[in-house]
Structure formats: C-alpha cells, structure tokens
Design a protein around this ligand. Structure first.
Ligand SMILES: *Cc1c(COP(=O)(O)O)cnc(C)c1O
Length: 389
C-alpha cells in the first residue's frame, strides 16, 4: 500500500461561469436537477420508456421521421465518427466541403476509415454555392458528401436549399454536421433530404457535454445493410446499437442513464417552448448582439446573410491583445468567450449564444463589458497620448 498518489482534497467547488464561447454553454437548471437523480437500470422498463421519449423528441427537433435516431454515448465527435464509421467502406469516394475547422475534422476521420477522400474548399468565413457543390459532385462522383451546417470555427451558416436534391441526382448520400444548429437554428432534415446527421448535447440543447445525437435515413440504412465488411468500430456500430435502442433491448454498453435523463429534460423544455419560438429567440438575441457590436464599432467577420445566430465571430480591433481581454473577462467577470481557430487564430473572438444562454440579459451584460472595459486594452492613439503628456 502506497499513499504516493493520495491527494487530500476538499469537496469540488467550481465557480458558476457564464459560457458565451463556442461550447459548452450553460446547462439549463432543470437539466442539472435531472442529472442529479438516482440512476435507474439501463434495461428498467421506466428507462426504456424514457429512451423512446428521447428518440421521439430528437425527431421533433431535427424535423425528421428517421427510425434510426438516437443519442450516441459520447460527445458530438463520437456521433460524427459514428456517421463515417457506419457508412464508409474502404475505397469509397467521400467528398468533404471544407470551409472551417470542423470540415477538416470530417476529412481526417473519413481518411481514418480508409475512404478515398476529396475536398472542395472555401475561405474561412464563406459558404458554398450550389454551383460549387455540383462541380465537386460532378468531378469526384462521391458516395458521400459531408459538410457542416453551422461552422462553429467561422460563424457561417451554410444555406442548404437544393443540396439534397443535387446529392440524389448524383446518387450520393448527404452527411450533415448540425452540432451548432440543432435546437437553435432552423433545421429540416427530411425536407433538406439529409441522409445522415449528428449533433451534441452541450450547445443548442442546454445539457452538459456527453451525448451525441445521431440520425440516419433510409438511403443510408440501405448502404449499411449492403456493407461487404463489418463496421470497423464496435462501440459506434449502429446495427448493434439498434438492437438496444430498437424493440429487442439487447445489452450493448451500459447507457449513460443520467446523461439521458438530462437530454430528456432538455428536449422536453424545447418542445414546451416550441421549436419555432426557440429558433426565433436565438435569432432575435443574435440580432441584439450584432446591433450592439455595430454601435461599438466592432466588426463581425461574416456577412449578415450567412451569419450564424448561435455563434458570432467578431474581429479583434487592431492593436488589441484578444487573448488578454478574454482572460480578463474570465478572471474578473466569470464570462467565457472563445478565441479563433486555424486561419482565424488571433484574429477573432467567438461569441456563443446557445440554448439556455440565448437571452437578452446575457447579450446586454457582454455588450456593457465591451463598452466599458475594452478601451483599456486598446493602444493609446497618438492624439490621446499627446493630451496625456
Ligand atoms: C463542437 C463541434 C463538434 C464537436 O463536438 P464535441 O462535442 O466537441 O465532440 C463538431 N462539429 C461542430 C461544428 C462543432 O461545433
């Protein structure tokens, strides 16, 4: 017996932060209460009934009738990986439309499942036109087109009209990342003819991180059924998971039951508010932020027509140390905002208004701090310096 690693600690005491970055966002208090309930067995009939409620409400928030709709045990990236692991067979051509960091992650994952990966690219802050998508489909004839609806690294919302029809025309499946749009931004899986989609629990849905909603349509189910090789990932194999989530209830892995309690409550709250009202709330709070930023002379990175209500990229003014200011917000006021990734590193802040956090009081609080405290982080202008001297 050794006490070498035996820390002597007090009980956990994390501060209550306001998370206005790219995620996680704050969980709804009702969701946090649900998480603290005593677990029940993952095959208990009461739990099985709860699984059905979660699946049905996920169909509602995604606007889909897909039978195979369920939360993966893992974060959004696990659900992302589930879409590719189940669909890709070695050598399948996969086209990834890359316009930010999460497009690059799709490209990386598809390659690990030994797809023949091709990309079309746009600068970070732009979206694809239908013509650009069609040119890619024509050139590469992929089995899957993978793209991101709400690109959290850039703050761009990809217009989706017509893309699903193009994919059908070119006999290709449409795989869509809806991590930063589900439960927050208008999203119609069936109407848009999306074949595979995934999301996460900690952004628009107001849960802590830990579950990754996943949905698969009939065309994708058919590709899964016709696989020549086993799904190369046991944990994420939908044909195995379906024996637990479907009517057979065969044990696969122990479901994270408390996370699913939280998910059930989060989805119930969205259904109670009404999806259209939820979308409108995100839109109006984002517009409140955009108007306020403009008043302060701060410039959004994305043009209005492509701007994402859940995540705004704002250009850091010349001469300001963006990281120093966000650290100030965190340490002095307990507010988190994000920095830039990849091509936008050091150039933008990322402000998230997602789920429970999409509220006017949060917008006003942040705008006030930008107004009152950002000037101290700006280099003194020559005129001001002269007066001071
Ligand atoms: C957050 C995010 C992910 C990854 O989800 P995790 O829950 O962090 O694993 C994937 N795609 C997009 C667009 C995201 O914003």
């Amino acid at each position: 017996m050794s006490d070498r690693h035996r820390l002597s600690l007090g009980p956990i005491a994390t501060p209550d932060r306001l998370l206005l970055g790219p995620g996680p966002s704050n969980a709804h208090p009702t969701v946090l209460q649900a998480l603290s309930r005593t677990p029940i067995g993952h095959l208990d009939p009461l739990y099985v009934a709860l699984m059905g409620e979660v699946q049905e409400l996920l169909r509602y928030v995604w606007q889909t009738d897909n039978r195979l709709t369920l939360p993966m045990s893992g974060t959004g990236s696990a659900a992302m990986e589930a879409t590719l692991a189940n669909m890709v067979e070695p050598g399948d051509a996969v086209l990834v439309a890359v316009k930010g960091y999460f497009g690059l992650r799709l490209q990386d994952m598809a390659g690990r499942y030994r797809a023949d990966v091709h990309t079309i690219q746009k600068p970070w802050g732009e979206a694809f036109s239908l013509e650009e998508i069609e040119a890619g489909l024509k050139q590469y004839r992929p089995k899957i087109l993978a793209m991101v609806h709400a690109e959290t690294s850039t703050g761009v919302c990809q217009p989706m009209q017509g893309i699903g029809d193009l994919c059908r025309q070119y006999d290709c499946l449409l795989l869509l990342d809806t991590v930063t749009s589900l439960g927050a931004v208008p999203l119609y899986l069936d109407e848009w003819k999306v074949d595979l989609a995934y999301s996460c629990s900690q952004k628009g849905l107001s849960c802590p991180p830990g579950l990754g909603p996943f949905s698969m349509g009939l065309r994708a189910e058919e590709k899964l059924a016709n696989r020549q090789s086993k799904v190369p990932n046991w944990y994420l194999d939908v044909s195995l998971l379906n024996q637990y989530w479907g009517s057979d209830r065969v044990y696969h892995h122990t479901a994270p039951v408390n996370m699913n309690f939280g998910m059930r409550e989060a989805l119930r709250l969205i259904a109670e508010e009404g999806l259209e009202n939820v979308w409108a709330r995100h839109r109006s709070n984002a517009e409140r932020l955009w108007t306020g930023l403009e008043r302060l002379g701060l410039e959004p990175h994305v043009p209005l027509e492509l701007r994402l209500p859940t995540l705004t990229t704002v250009r850091i003014p010349d001469g300001v140390d963006g990281k120093a200011f966000s650290l100030h917000l965190l340490n002095k006021h307990g507010i988190e905002v994000g920095g830039g990734l990849g091509a936008l590193a050091g150039k933008v802040w990322r402000i998230g208004l997602m789920g429970y956090n999409s509220r006017a009081e949060n917008v006003d609080l942040l705008l006030n701090l930008l107004e009152e405290e950002l000037p101290a982080f700006k280099p003194a202008s020559p005129a001001v310096a002269a007066v001071a001297a």
